[in-house]
Write a protein that binds this ligand. Structure first.
Ligand code: PEP
Ligand code: MG
Length: 580
């Protein structure tokens, strides 16, 4: 029994068999049941034959169009297919070690790499690129057109715990999380979109375990606690019993919060606070309703973009999703954020290779790629009669951008002949926007503060960079001062104002936000009952006083010290169910 400790980012306890996925979950490793070995070998043979046909076609095309000398590259790749150390070796590994084809190929390629490197022969060394090329083609052909992890999860016996080096949100959104009960990830951060998604699905998650995919073996039994960050490998039977009791206690704690569902959220002195839900995928809407959400404060529509299934983000695909979502929440409001995506936002950053975060995203992309924005706006405006729609524009920096986007939306509205009034709002998540809320409020029907990005841009900390995770600090006085500026300007302009970043899901930080004057919060559905219970533990007067002291504190540590007495009081109220 080995114990590892990472960072718990989604509370709850899970026990299951490990499935290991590496390199953006494109390659999966698992052990086969004896009955699955022949089928796997057959899949490998079929992939080899498909690869052979493709390479023959490429070779003859290149020979015709470029010349026979260049076609020789592919003739050499064809020969590799019959090398006993390659596909045949992979076949042997499947048979002898009962491992899946993708993993067997990965192992055979790694062994060949070593042989090539050892030989010291320049010609062989040059073949390394060809080997990777043929290997990649073979692996794609093993599951032509399918996502290996998404398919695999359907095939294996649950409960499963997914161990990944990185898990892009677009893949996470497609997984069957009724079969995957827990997630362990090498890297990531609490505000990464994949983490936000699993948290809203209630999947216990531990991140920041560098090298988990190397340390944890496919098929091993894992037990994890998404609050403490503990991961136990192959627990003994007594230990397993303890883990099952822990899982039951965590579930009982959540059930105890159920009675709060229909009670309105308010502070101890009766000041009404509005609690809404953030959603990543539309099917989670029942969770939002079950948690007693008073609306959807943020639907992250970019989860609909999946290059493998373009239909989901076509105008018609979006129209269907939005219609269903609006109908499911009716008459409560549903705030749909337009795509906040560039390619770089959908993949989890690798250490040392962090993606550009200042790029063409949010409203900037909308103003440049007007086709995609137009299709989305058409789908939204057409779906509007199904419920109470609000449209929110992300990554707004200036009021000029907002004006330009509104002009485009008005054109689309005229084009469609839509007369219904759909409020258009903006996210405040860039410091420039935070400092000019007075101007933005004139162009926006509502504003919502995205603290995840606001913190990263204020502190110059990439929120997905786990090396900087310790510096990503919502309680930093600079952040609190910006939030105070937003709140004051928003109230002065009488603008409908909410907070939808992860800060709004932390009961203690919500107290600070209440003290700064915010009254509407949108959060992952699971946090709603917890925040609701915590609100009843203090009066607004107390919150205001705490916030006043916090904004003039010299450091985040001083802010935490100021919050300490309230944290203790809250702990009594939310003990056992508090978020990590
Ligand atoms: C935010 O930035 O706080 C936010 C809510 O949006 P996202 O996490 O999707 O960037
Ligand atoms: Mg954001």
């Amino acid at each position: 029994m080995t114990k590892l400790t990472g960072r718990g980012v989604s509370p709850g306890v899970a026990v299951g068999r490990a499935v290991v996925a590496v390199r953006e979950a494109r390659q999966v490793r698992y052990r086969l049941a004896t009955s699955g070995v022949d089928r796997e070998r057959q899949r490998l043979r079929a992939a080899r034959e498909r690869t052979r046909v493709e390479l023959e076609e490429i070779s003859s095309r290149v020979s015709r169009t470029v010349g026979p000398a260049q076609a020789a590259i592919f003739a050499a790749q064809l020969l590799m297919l019959d090398d006993p150390l390659f596909v045949r070796r992979a076949d042997e590994l499947i048979r002898a070690e009962r491992i899946n084809g993708d993993w067997a190929l990965e192992r055979a390629i790694a062994e060949l790499h070593q042989v090539f490197a050892r030989e010291g022969d320049a010609w062989l060394r040059e073949r390394v690129g060809d080997l990777a090329d043929v290997g990649g083609r073979l692996q794609r052909n093993l599951r032509a057109g399918h996502d290996p992890l998404v398919d695999l999860v359907q095939e294996l016996e649950p409960p499963l715990v997914l161990v990944a080096d990185e898990l892009p949100p677009s893949i996470a959104a497609q997984l069957d999380w009724t079969r995957v009960r827990g997630l362990v990830c090498d890297i990531g951060s609490p505000t990464h979109h994949t983490v936000i998604l699993v948290r809203s699905l209630g999947i216990p998650t531990v991140i920041g375990l560098g090298g988990a995919t190397e340390m944890l073996g496919p098929g091993q039994t894992l037990a994890l606690d998404g609050r403490t960050g503990e991961v136990v490998v192959e627990p003994s039977s007594e230990a397993l019993l303890g883990w099952r009791q822990r899982a039951e206690a965590a579930a009982a704690g959540l059930r105890a919060l159920d009675e709060l569902r229909t009670r309105p959220a308010a502070t101890a002195d009766g000041v009404r606070i509005r609690l809404e839900a953030n959603l990543g995928i539309a099917e989670e809407v029942t969770r939002a309703r079950d948690a007693g959400a008073e609306g959807i404060g943020l639907f992250r529509s970019e989860f609909l973009i999946d290059p493998a299934h373009p239909q989901t983000s076509s105008e018609e695909g979006q129209y269907d999703t939005y219609r269903q979502l609006l109908a499911a929440m009716r008459p409560l409001p549903v705030t749909i954020r337009t795509f906040d995506a560039g390619e770089e936002r959908r993949a989890m950053a690798r250490p040392g290779g962090h993606r550009e975060r200042f790029g063409l995203r949010g409203i900037r992309a909308a103003l440049q790629h007007d086709e995609r924005f137009t299709a989305q706006m058409r789908a939204l405006l057409r779906a509007a009669p199904s419920g109470t729609l609000r449209v929110m524009l992300p990554f707004v920096t200036t009021s000029e951008e907002l004006r330009a986007a509104r002009a485009i939306i008005d054109d689309i509205r005229r084009d469609l002949g839509v007369t219904a009034d759909v409020p258009i709002g903006a996210m405040i998540e860039v410091p420039a926007a935070a400092l000019t809320v007075d101007h933005l409020a004139r162009q926006a029907d509502f504003l919502s503060v995205g603290t995840n990005d606001l913190i990263q841009y204020t502190l110059a900390i990439d929120r997905t960079d786990e090396r900087l995770a310790g510096h990503y600090e919502p309680a930093e006085p600079a952040v609190l001062r910006l939030l105070r500026t937003i709140s004051r300007a928003g109230r002065r302009a009488r603008c409908d104002l909410s907070v939808c970043g992860e800060m709004a899901a932390d009961p203690l930080l919500v107290a600070l936000l209440v003290g700064l004057g915010f009254r509407t919060f949108s959060m992952t559905p699971a946090a709603i009952p917890i925040v609701k219970r915590s609100l009843a533990t203090y009066e607004t007067r107390q919150a205001t006083e705490l916030a006043r002291r916090a904004v003039s504190a010299a450091s985040a540590a001083a802010v935490h010290a100021i919050l300490e007495p309230l944290a203790d009081a809250m702990h009594q109220a939310v003990a056992g169910t508090e978020r990590s």
